[in-house]
Design a protein around this ligand. Structure first.
Ligand SMILES: Nc1nc2c(c(=O)[nH]1)N[C@H]1C(S)=C(S)[C@@H](COP(=O)(O)O)O[C@H]1N2
Ligand SMILES: [Mo]
Length: 327
């Protein structure tokens, strides 16, 4: 990314944190991988047992509920929410500008009328969704998530959205689907910085199927109880809270189920710096700066947590993988 200086980040010792191995999730993943009859139905049953209480609503009749069980599941955090002005005034959205303070103004007139998201690939019922269709897929839930940019700044955002899993289940993935690829709109007239070659366009991202089906993975349509502002990825963006922020692809127009690992924008741009998995890991420094700490916007610098504080919910998906690297 363009922020190259982080020399001021003190190299600090982080207590060795034993990665929490969720053995049951691991075993289920093994069964799934071994299964030759894994249908969408089988996948559904397995992922459901990973999340005993199906995503309760964090907002009930306009009242925000600070429920411990939501916090335990990772759906909510008691940490101070970053003020809305900061969230919508400091953005990475290279289709508009590489200057975080300029994105908001340059994206203000971004026209999202008639928006559709095509969901295709390895599924029984491919479909192009407009925003009304999307609203019918599942009720909107509020999630208060930490977001940690790979550049070592972070925010806490009250998102509104639907679990990605609900959308994927609605198109009935077939057993060969192992990955999900995402694409941002490509339209240089509406996204003027796509006339530059600062990145390869359109911006693309991807998740492994189990990551995409994880209860924490959100398709966000709003924040702070209102519509998603253009600078934050209107009308629909991805939020994967345990991964670096660049996985959270904005203004999505296409989602494709595939058998092979999709290419991703930042990996194409700098393969030695950004990998496919990109799980937040304070012990693996970026080649050009430390990842041990982060600047919480409007607050003090603080230690970065493994999996951005969501290890208990997600570490089991990476059992047996070398977590010393992000690739
Ligand atoms: N299409 C697109 N999606 C994107 C980006 C981008 O440049 N283009 N930047 C990513 C990065 S690096 C981060 S940190 C987050 C920032 O989200 P925010 O501006 O809403 O905080 O969006 C991600 N999604
Ligand atoms: Mo980022």
């Amino acid at each position: 990314m363009l922020i190259k200086k982080a020399a001021d980040i003190p190299a600090r010792e982080i207590t060795e944190q034993k990665v929490y191995l969720n053995r049951r999730t691991f075993l289920r993943a093994g069964v799934l991988a071994a299964s030759t009859v894994a249908t969408a139905g089988v996948y559904r049953a397995m992922t459901r047992s990973a999340a005993p209480s199906a995503a309760p609503q964090a907002r009930i009749e306009g009242v925000k509920v600070a429920d411990k069980s939501l916090e335990a599941q990772g759906f909510w955090t008691a940490e101070a929410k970053t003020p809305r002005e900061k969230i919508i005034g400091y953005n990475n959205f290279y289709e508009f500008s590489t200057d975080k303070y300029d994105v908001a103004e340059l994206a203000q007139k971004f026209d999202t009328r008639g928006w559709t998201i095509e969901v295709n690939g390895l599924c029984a019922k491919p479909k192009t969704f407009d925003l009304d269709d999307l609203a019918k897929v599942a009720p909107i839930e509020e999630r208060v998530y930490r977001m940690r940019c790979v550049e070592a700044w972070s925010i806490v955002v009250p998102w509104d959205g639907i679990p990605l899993r609900k959308l994927l289940e609605s198109v009935e993935p077939v057993s060969e689907a192992r990955f999900v690829a995402f694409q941002t709109l490509y339209d240089p007239k509406r996204m003027p910085n796509q006339n530059s070659n600062v990145l390869q366009w359109p911006y693309v991202e991807g998740l492994r199927m189990d990551e995409a089906m994880h209860p924490l993975t959100l398709l966000a349509t709003g924040l702070y109880g209102g519509k998603l502002p253009p600078q934050d990825g209107a009308p629909v963006r991805l939020v994967v809270p345990w991964k670096y922020g660049f996985k959270g692809i904005k203004s999505i127009t296409k989602i494709t189920l595939s058998a092979t690992m999709p290419t991703t924008t930042w990996n194409i741009d700098a393969p030695n710096e950004y990998g496919f998995y990109a799980n937040v890991n304070p012990k693996v420094d970026h080649p050009r700066w430390s990842q041990a700490t982060e600047l919480r916007l409007g607050e003090a610098r603080r230690p970065t947590l493994p999996f951005n504080g969501y290890a208990e919910q997600v570490a089991g998906m990476y059992a047996g993988m070398d977590l010393k690297v992000n690739f």
